[in-house]
Ligand binder design. Sequence first.
Ligand code: AMP
Ligand code: ZN
Ligand code: ZN
Length: 446
Amino acid sequence: MTHYRDNSSTSRDRSNFQTTWGRMSIMASALLAWALCFCLTPVTAAAQRNGNPDNQDLDPTLILISIDGARHDYLRLHEAPALSELAAMGLQAHTLQPVFPTKTFTNHYTLVTGLYPARHGIVDNNMYDPQTQQRFSLGNREQVQNPYWWQGEPIWVTAAHNDMVSGTFFFPGSEAAIQGISPTYWFTYDESITNRTRVETVLEWLEMPDPERPQIITLYFSDVDTAGHNFGPASEQVAQAMHAVDTEIAYLIAGLKARGLFDQVNMMVTSDHGMAAVDLNNHIIIDEAFDPSLAEQALYSRELVSIFPEPGQQDTIVATLQQNLPPQAQVYTQETLPERFRFSGHHRIAPVLVLAEPGWAMLRRSWLEGMLSDGTIEQVRGGHGYDNQAADMQGLFIAHGPAFRQPHAIDNISMVDLYNVMAAILGITPADNDGNPEVVSQLLRP
Ligand code: AMP
Ligand code: ZN
Ligand code: ZN
C-alpha cells in the first residue's frame, strides 16, 4: 500500500492530501487521460501550458534524480542520449565520489544531508545499534520509518524549516519523520511502481498551484543497480537498463518543455556509487576466518563485514582474521582504519571491519552451498560497498538548469558537497554539515 501524505508540521494547510494509493490511482487515470490527450495534440497542449501563468517565474525549484548504481563511465560505455545531451548542455563532473561504505542507503543519506555516515547514523544498508540492540535493514519498513536511525537534517527538512513544499518519489530517509517532519508528499517504497508513474507524478506536482507545488523534488530509479548486480557493469542488461532510465529522463525533459518549465527547473542527476565486476569464484569464506560465536553481532555483506565482538573477544577475533584472511581482504579496527574513510566515532560502526578488494566477495559457507546447489552463484556479476576511492565505485553527476554554470565540466565532486549546493539553489541556509562550501561557487552561477 502506497501512501500519499502531507506534512502537517508546516504552517500551510494541506490536510486534504492525507490520502492513500486510491487517490494515486485516480491521479494516475487522470494523468493517463492527460498524457493521451497531450500525445495527440502536443502543440495545443504545450501552448496551453506555456500560457498558464502559474508556470511562469517559478520559485527556485530542484529535481534531484538518483540512478542507483550508475557508474561514472556509463554514459561512455552505454547509450543514454537524453542524459548525454543534458550533460553536454549542462554541467558534468568526471566522477562523483561516494562516501565509505559505498552502499545505497549510506550514500543517498549523505547526498541529502552533507554529512559523513559517522554523523548521520546510516552507516550501512544493514545495521546493528548496540545501544538499543535493534537491527536495521532496508526491507524492514518499521525500522526504515523509525526516525531514531536517521540523524542530521535532510534537504526536505531544511526546506520545511523555510516553509517550502517538498515531494519525494522515493528516497532513503523520506519515509521517516526526521525531526518530526516528513516531506510534504512522500511514498512508502514500492519497487513495483513504474518509473513512468514516478515521472508523471513529478510532472503533476509541478503543475500544482503555487502554495502546493514542491520546490525540492526527488526521483529514484533502481533498474541500473539491479542489472549491474545480476549481469555486471559492462553487460547488455545494464545497457538496456541505462537506456530505459534514459527514456524516462527524456520523458521528464519533454514534459518540462511542454509546460515551459525546462529552463526554469534545476535538475541534478546523481548516482549513489558505481559498480565493480564480481566473480564469485573469487570468494573468501568469511565465517570460517574467525569464530562467529565470539561476536555479539556480525553483519555480513559480500564487500564489507561488520563484527561487534563479545566483551573481551576483540583481540582474538582480529588475530584470527589476520591469520586466516587472504591478501584480498583486510581487517580493520577503529584504531587501524585509514582516516580517509572518515568512518569512526559512531556507536553503530562495528569495532571490527573486514573489507574486500573490488571484485572479491566474502561469503558465508551456507550462502556458498545454497548458491552452488541452486546455480545462483552464476547470477552475481557486480558489487559495491568497497573502498570509496576505488575507480569502479565512482558515481555519475550531471546537472542542468538556471542555477548552474553551463555548459561546464568539472573533474571530481564529493557526495558530501552536494547538500550545500542544493540549499544554495533553493536560497535557504544549510544546516551544519561536512561539505566544502566553496563547491557551491564552483557549480553555481554567481
Ligand atoms: P543495494 O543492496 O545497496 O544494492 O541497494 C539497492 C536496492 O535498494 C534497490 O534495488 C532498491 O530496491 C532498494 N531501495 C532503494 N531505495 C529504497 C528505499 N527507499 N526503501 C527500501 N529499499 C530501497
Ligand atoms: Zn545503490
Ligand atoms: Zn546495489
